[in-house]
Ligand binder design. Structure first.
Ligand code: XMP
Length: 512
């Protein structure tokens, strides 16, 4: 077991951010359910504990409480926000409930830098978001920093190595927050910085070899970041024992299939089987207009084709998937979870059980930014590692209404122009997503001396951190003008280009 910093999750939306910041300091971190027994943490070689924030009051009826024994493990503990109230509550201080949350910027004045604030200026802007407030220090503690609203904004018990901060060091709005986290990890916990990309790759390769032995592994390649990095990592570990399947569903972008073939077969010598199922997909989608129905048909057909191609490859024991850490964290959801189902996302979830396959998930400990680092270290090109997300149902949900080969062709051509301009201007890497949407609406125009009556292309370009919320990108007008005139000039069938200025919410990123 590597040395681990445990982040106990009390339901804050920032728990994952804390874990990422720790890993950015090259220390391994893992998120645990708030009630994890202290004995489990000890067995996992935990050398420090961070108590996350959370939306509750420690006095609430169902307030999440940790195992009291974590304070007797002899390892340092850092409480953040709700984490401080918990320390106050469990270690015999006083916490006052307040109806109003303190939210936003504050100024931290550091009285005693100690180990937590070592090397930092005495005044720092910090980000607050908390309701309850510590009003009496637990025995053994002293205040080391204050804000306008709180004499106990930062506290320590240096003997037991317990620290508490009312604000959030993990967000960028807090000045030098990462330095505070680093001080805790290195200066207080004495953690080793042994979580690096190359170490990860070496361990992952050993682990894959130990798991699969001489067995054959199948991986569904989508062309996206996760499956691409998984393929490169598996190939490094087991070479020819890996077979990738790439399904052409007829809903791909221009030249996508050729690109994937070339990259993996020629550059990496990976065995990629390309299955052309485009006519089956289009046949099944004929006349279907309702978005959820389209998604279901595409999802079901994909699983069917994928299953068939696995059978045709011969005896296989293992199915590899590019599952990431955020997919496997059992996040604590307290109160209303906003991520309720809005669109059906298809995956091959039920497949391993049905086909009696064992799962290989070499990326399941990584966050997205770590996956990108691994991909780069394995020699994947920038345009793959930094590829924008592309939905599983592909252009199927970007042609509004029913799908035809003609509409798909128009969309593909328009989108190719957009991608080219985004790449040459460098904006491709600055935004979250940029794509075209086909609108089955015909409008009047003039081309040369002739009247035209052609379709509309909508351009959707958004900025986002995690796709949960998004805002439309403010691009330079010259660039928008160039994209628009190139599309109307070069793409037959398009007479008008419009720009989508809706944010999410209320609009979603994809139109269907
Ligand atoms: P929405 O449209 O829900 O999209 O705002 C959020 C993000 O998810 C992507 N997306 C999908 N990805 N399968 C996927 O793998 C899907 O069915 C799917 N639908 C949407 C979308 O491109 C955006 O990045």
């Amino acid at each position: 077991m590597p040395q681990t910093i445990a982040v106990l999750d009390f339901g804050s939306q920032l728990t994952q951010v804390i874990a990422r910041r720790i890993r950015e300091c090259q220390v391994y971190s893992k998120i645990y359910h708030y009630s994890t027994p202290a004995a489990t943490l000890r067995a996992d070689n935990v050398v420090g504990i961070i108590l996350s924030g959370g939306p509750q009051s420690v006095y609430a009826k169902k307030a999440p409480h940790p195992d009291r024994e974590i304070f007797n493990l002899g390892v340092p503990v850092l409480g953040i926000c709700y984490g401080v109230q918990l320390m106050g509550h469990f270690l015999e201080g006083d916490v006052e409930h307040s109806q109003e949350r303190e939210y936003g910027h504050g100024v931290l004045s550091i009285q005693r830098p100690g180990k937590l604030f070592a090397g930092l200026p005495r005044k720092l802007r910090v980000w607050n978001s908390h309701g309850d407030k510590l009003t009496k220090l637990p025995p053994g503690f002293r205040a080391i920093g204050t804000t306008e609203n709180s004499p106990f904004a930062a506290i320590e018990d240096a003997r037991r190595r317990f620290y508490g901060i009312q604000f959030h060091p993990e967000v960028f709005h807090t000045e030098r927050g990462v330095d505070m986290i680093r001080n805790f990890l290195l200066g207080i916990c004495g953690a080793k910085q042994d979580w690096t990309t190359n170490d990860f790759i070496t361990h992952a390769v050993e682990k894959i070899r130990a798991q699969v032995g001489k067995g054959r592994v199948i991986l569904g390649l989508s062309g996206g970041v996760d499956s691409s990095v998984a393929a490169a990592l598996l190939h490094k570990a087991i070479g020819k024992q890996l077979t990738c399947v790439f399904v052409d569903n007829g809903l791909l972008r221009k030249n996508e299939r050729e690109y994937v073939e070339k990259l993996y077969q020629r550059n990496f010598k990976i065995d990629v089987r390309v299955v052309d199922a485009s006519s089956l997909f289009l046949r099944r989608l004929k006349g279907v207009v309702e978005p959820e129905q389209k998604r279901k048909i595409i999802g079901r057909t994909f699983v069917e084709i994928f299953q068939r191609s696995i059978r045709s490859i011969g005896h296989t024991e293992y199915l590899a998937q590019g599952t990431l850490y955020p997919d496997v964290i059992e996040s604590v959801s307290i109160g209303n979870n906003p991520a309720s189902l809005i669109k059906t996302h298809h995956n091959v979830g039920g497949l391993p059980k049905r086909m009696k396959l064992k799962l290989v998930e070499p990326l399941r400990e990584l966050f997205k930014d770590e996956v990108r680092q691994v991909g780069t270290a394995l020699g994947l090109p920038r345009e793959v590692v930094w590829r924008q997300p592309f939905p599983g149902p592909g252009l199927g949900v970007r042609v509004m209404g029913d799908l035809t080969a003609e509409k798909l062709e128009i969309l593909r051509n328009a989108d190719a122009v957009l991608q080219e301009e985004m790449m040459t201007s460098g904006y491709y890497y600055k935004v979250w997503q940029s794509f075209c949407v086909f609108l089955p609406v015909r409008t009047v125009g003039v081309f040369g001396d002739e009247r035209t009556y052609d379709y509309v292309i909508a351009i959707r370009i958004v900025e986002s951190i995690d796709a949960m919320t998004a805002d439309w990108a403010r691009l330079p007008h010259e660039l928008m003008q160039k994209i628009s005139s190139r599309i109307t000039n070069e793409v037959r069938g398009v007479g008008r280009v419009v720009y989508d200025v809706s944010s999410k919410p209320p609009a979603t990123i994809e139109w269907e």
